[in-house]
Design a protein around this ligand. Sequence first.
Ligand SMILES: Nc1ncnc2c1ncn2[C@@H]1O[C@H](COP(=O)(O)OP(=O)(O)O)[C@@H](O)[C@H]1O
Ligand SMILES: Cc1ncsc1CCOP(=O)(O)O
Ligand SMILES: [Mg+2]
Length: 264
Amino acid sequence: MNVNAICTALAQLREQAPLVVNITNYVVMNNSANALLAIGASPIMAHSREEMTEMMAFAGALVINIGTLDRTWIERMTFAVEQANAAGKPVVLDPVGCGATSLRAHTARQLAALAKHLTIRGNASEIIALAGQASQGKGVDSQDPSETALEAAKQLVEQYQAQVVISGATDYIVSNDGTFVLNNGHPMMTQVTGTGCSLSAITGAFAAIGETSGLAAAAVMGVAGEIAAEQAKGPGSLQVALLDALYNLDENTLTQRLKLSQLA
Ligand SMILES: Nc1ncnc2c1ncn2[C@@H]1O[C@H](COP(=O)(O)OP(=O)(O)O)[C@@H](O)[C@H]1O
Ligand SMILES: Cc1ncsc1CCOP(=O)(O)O
Ligand SMILES: [Mg+2]
């Protein structure tokens, strides 16, 4: 996949405006819904078991985010993944805080093993912990450089037949087709809660239109993030500017700014 293919995927996303079902955490529901709307998709935050079979029949994709987990949520998430599988819909898993507690690690692994068409998107500490290795995450924040998660990501690709997006200063998109490297974004993005969760939600939107790689999602998020950081005075205005940048992102800007390469 090259920059032209990413631009085509973005145009298709805006044309189709896929519906993305999110079971996400209390912190970022608003951020994620707004990020999906800004890029041109249609979000719905839905948790109820009673409506999930119907929901997955007409939805484009399911995004599962374990950020504010408890027993009830785990049961709902498991059922939702089963319904996505039955309807042949792709699943994106955001293993928020995986490594902080065994509940998160155990749940993320169970969900990953269950999902049939899976993309995993996490920061480096989450990806390392999901693979069962020692990570240095602090709660939901990464303290590992993204390149240190590459071996773990390759293990997860193999183990779950998944695509894996490691986000960070450099984003890596790892799959059976090789590893793409993105060098966009801005460090201030780590000081707004929900930028990673928004990236996972947008990954769901691209998965819904048949673009299973998280590459297109990481590309638009990275470029929009750096444009937003140029305009922001700090994290508060960055949050608003990010939505504007996602909304206004065009093919020329994406092409000019994208720093994309591939690992040999
Ligand atoms: N140091 C950084 N420099 C540039 N972009 C970054 C940096 N850290 C994170 N990002 C970007 O911020 C977004 C969220 O990634 P990340 O902070 O790793 O997720 P999470 O919020 O789940 O920890 C991604 O688009 C990523 O590329
Ligand atoms: C702070 C926090 N606590 C539980 S979920 C959450 C949000 C995490 O969002 P992100 O991973 O996008 O920074
Ligand atoms: Mg996160």
